[in-house]
Design a protein around this ligand. Sequence first.
Ligand code: BDR
Ligand code: CA
Length: 308
Amino acid sequence: MNIILDCDPGHDDAVAMLLAAGHPDIEIAAITTVGGNQTLEKVTRNALGIATLANITAPIAAGCDRPLVRDLLTSAEIHGESGLDGVTLPPPAMDLDPRHGVDLMIDTIMESEPGTITLVPTGPLTNVAMALRKEPEIASRVAGVTFMGGGVGVGNYSPVAEFNILVDPEAAAAVVSAPWPVTMVGLDVTHEAQATPDVIDRFRSLGTPVGQFVVDLMAFFTESNESEQAFASPPVHDPVAVAQVIDPSLMSYLASPIVVETSGAHTTGMTIVDRRPWMSYDSRSRAALTLDVERFWDLVISSIGRLR
Ligand code: BDR
Ligand code: CA
């Protein structure tokens, strides 16, 4: 499976990168960064550092530094001033790809065999919306889009809006309405993917530098999620999207059109999914509803355990 990871590392984006790097069936075709958890400059530096740690050799390019029409909202309270507080990154062993992230995304898709690339955005959807606008053909060339964001009637940055969608709702609206298969991996499933003390002990027991790196990441992430969102154990959102691509049977789904609210006084950034039991859709979009938590962590820990 070939993926483009479009991310804003971010503690959980970092775990998503490590999962993708460690799983034998995943080929990372490209990594693009987007302003989100922190400024573009900071998340790009973080992406290079994680890639160095995990020996990722895919091209990495910096994308959009702000949403399509709004000011950038960051998440320093969850991820710290650096975007990855709590760990020290190795100096980057590679240069950034000179292209804009949106161009790297387009080129990678258009130069690959049709149906071979899955786009996996784990940050605001600005780059993906820009790529669609610049080269609409990408919609028929990808295998699909699996994004971390949204939720079915659940939010974190507002009662009804999840951070990635709230940061750039116009971009999210464009992405879910484009003619490609979309899987929304939202808070319904990612809130189940908590790094409990048992899970953190399993990373520690790997006995590898990368395993210890995840332990250190989770120490900061546990504290920030506890103080900001009252989670005793932090939900590690972004690797759930990568896991969905590796093993779709980890989740159950509801097929439904998905729309994003862009103008509600109280509901901007809400993802609307039709849960009425009497409605049935033969839809190209679906929302993940439940997660097999044990199998999810087995997958993440065994994959990251392969990284040396
Ligand atoms: C999402 O927001 C970010 O803070 C995380 O990295 C994740 O992608 C969760 O709402
Ligand atoms: Ca993210």
